[in-house]
Design a protein around this ligand. Structure first.
Ligand code: RM4
Ligand code: MN
Ligand code: MN
Length: 430
């Protein structure tokens, strides 16, 4: 039977902290009231916030040099779901899980759906994987998948995406996310235009198989595994492809997939303006696609992204309904802890952005008062919204302090007998 975090343990831990939380919450409520902000309204919005967890994030990650396995790692999608349920039990903002196929492929998808239902979890976007060959694969993806010069390889990649849609229908998903590693490692290796044309033709065949109420999210990435050029290199190629395909195709922004110092919040604004923002893969990075924990290095950038998102929410921007998800790799931490921390970090950015005085900001922008416009954002960012996040969790039956409660539960030790170590210490990005 599934091991969960005992509700009584959560209640017991919360009882120790609740008095202090109420004091801090009341103090913050008074402070916000001075600016005509009703803390209860903000808490309700925080409680409604959801961010999906990637199934592959529950395993310990690694690099191409090494992977150091963690204790009681999940060995299949059913065990990954158990870990996701633990994350949601404590965090109360991660009720959706995003699967990756064929990594998470099962024989019986109805059984998988029943398992997730029993755990109170739903399915987020389906991720297709055509960036590696499967055992005995007839036509290789070594030189690309949807853009491969070989028609047989392209057809295989198209079929895999169509299969993903069928599996997703059983699970109740409504989105297919397509990220391909296609590209080149040498100048001259690939004819840029022909490769993009082949990609688009393949994507059109997948798009034709998309149910009417589904979206297709295209994910760009500037490098890796191809290190000279990639077919969907940046948001420019991404939005071009999405526009070419149709209204159901949108762009997905993975924070780690841009050149260092790129103004991601402005990309987000452009995508919102043209109804092409599909969603996010949140993570943080210093050098490239480092897949560090969300908000661990650049919390202000994450806030600025949410400033754009909340702005669109307030303006009731047409076609605005982005999907939020984490996509990061945990090499030295317990993935459950990192995912809980990261979900809260993204939720924090959302809540902080709700505190921006938008009418003042507009006024300062109109009057070209750069300093006060900037201070308006900083003022909101500098408010510690921890009590709001904790209160939202408490009201929903989660933990005031998710990490401390998780450590107290000693989950990994309790399931150790059930999940013997795979002993696999080889390389692996995720
Ligand atoms: C890629 C990209 C995709 C993810 C794979 C595992 O870098 O971020 O979203 O599916 O990694
Ligand atoms: Mn990603
Ligand atoms: Mn990535």
């Amino acid at each position: 039977m599934t091991q969960r975090i005992d509700k009584s343990l959560i209640a017991e831990q919360n009882a120790k902290l609740e008095g202090f939380l109420q004091e801090d919450y009341a103090a913050l409520g008074n402070k916000l009231a001075r600016d005509n902000i009703n803390i209860e309204e903000i808490t309700a919005k925080a409680a409604a916030f959801q961010i999906a967890v990637p199934s592959w994030g529950t395993g310990t990650g690694g690099t191409r040099f090494a992977r150091f396995p963690g204790k009681s790692e999940p060995r299949n999608i059913f065990e990954k779901l158990e870990d996701c349920a633990v994350i949601n039990d404590l965090s109360q903002c991660t009720e959706r899980v995003s699967p990756h196929f064929p990594w998470d492929k099962v024989d019986d998808f109805t059984e998988l759906k029943q398992t997730s239902d029993a755990l109170g979890l739903k399915w987020d976007s389906i991720n297709s994987n055509t960036f590696q060959d499967q055992p005995n694969q007839e036509h290789s993806f070594k030189y690309g998948s949807l853009s491969n010069t070989s028609e047989a390889s392209r057809e295989l990649a198209i079929q895999h995406n169509l299969d993903c849609i069928e599996w997703g229908k059983i699970l109740g998903s409504k989105t297919l996310t397509v990220w391909v590693g296609d590209g080149s490692n040498h100048p001259g290796q690939q004819h840029f235009q022909s490769a993009f044309e082949r990609y688009l033709n393949s994507m059109k065949k997948i798009y034709a198989g998309l149910p009417n109420d589904w979206e297709m999210h295209i994910e760009h990435k500037m490098f890796e595994p191809a290190f000279y050029s990639t077919v969907i290199q940046d948001w420019g190629s991404n939005i071009l492809a999405a526009m070419e395909l149709g209204d159901q195709a949108k762009s997905l922004v993975d924070l780690g997939h841009h050149a260092p110092n790129v103004n991601i919040e402005m990309i987000v604004s452009r995508l919102i303006q043209f109804k092409k923002l599909g969603g996010f893969h949140f993570n943080d990075s210093k050098y490239g696609d480092d897949d560090l924990d969300s908000g661990s290095l650049h919390p202000y950038q994450q806030f600025l992204i949410f400033n754009e998102l909340v702005d669109a929410e307030y303006r009731n921007q047409e076609g605005f309904k982005p999907n939020y998800m984490l996509d990061q790799s945990h090499n030295v931490t317990d993935p459950i802890e990192s995912l809980m921390n990261s979900a809260a970090s993204v939720q924090r950015s959302y809540v902080s952005a709700l505190l921006v005085d938008r009418s003042k900001l507009t006024e300062y922008q109109t009057n070209n008062d750069a300093l006060m416009a900037s201070n308006t954002l900083k003022n909101a960012f500098n408010i510690d919204v921890t009590p709001i996040l904790a209160m939202a969790r408490l009201q929903k039956g989660g933990a005031i302090d998710p990490i401390a409660t998780y450590r107290k539960a000693d989950y990994r030790t309790n399931i150790a007998a059930k999940r013997p170590s795979s002993g696999v210490s080889g390389s692996g990005i995720v």
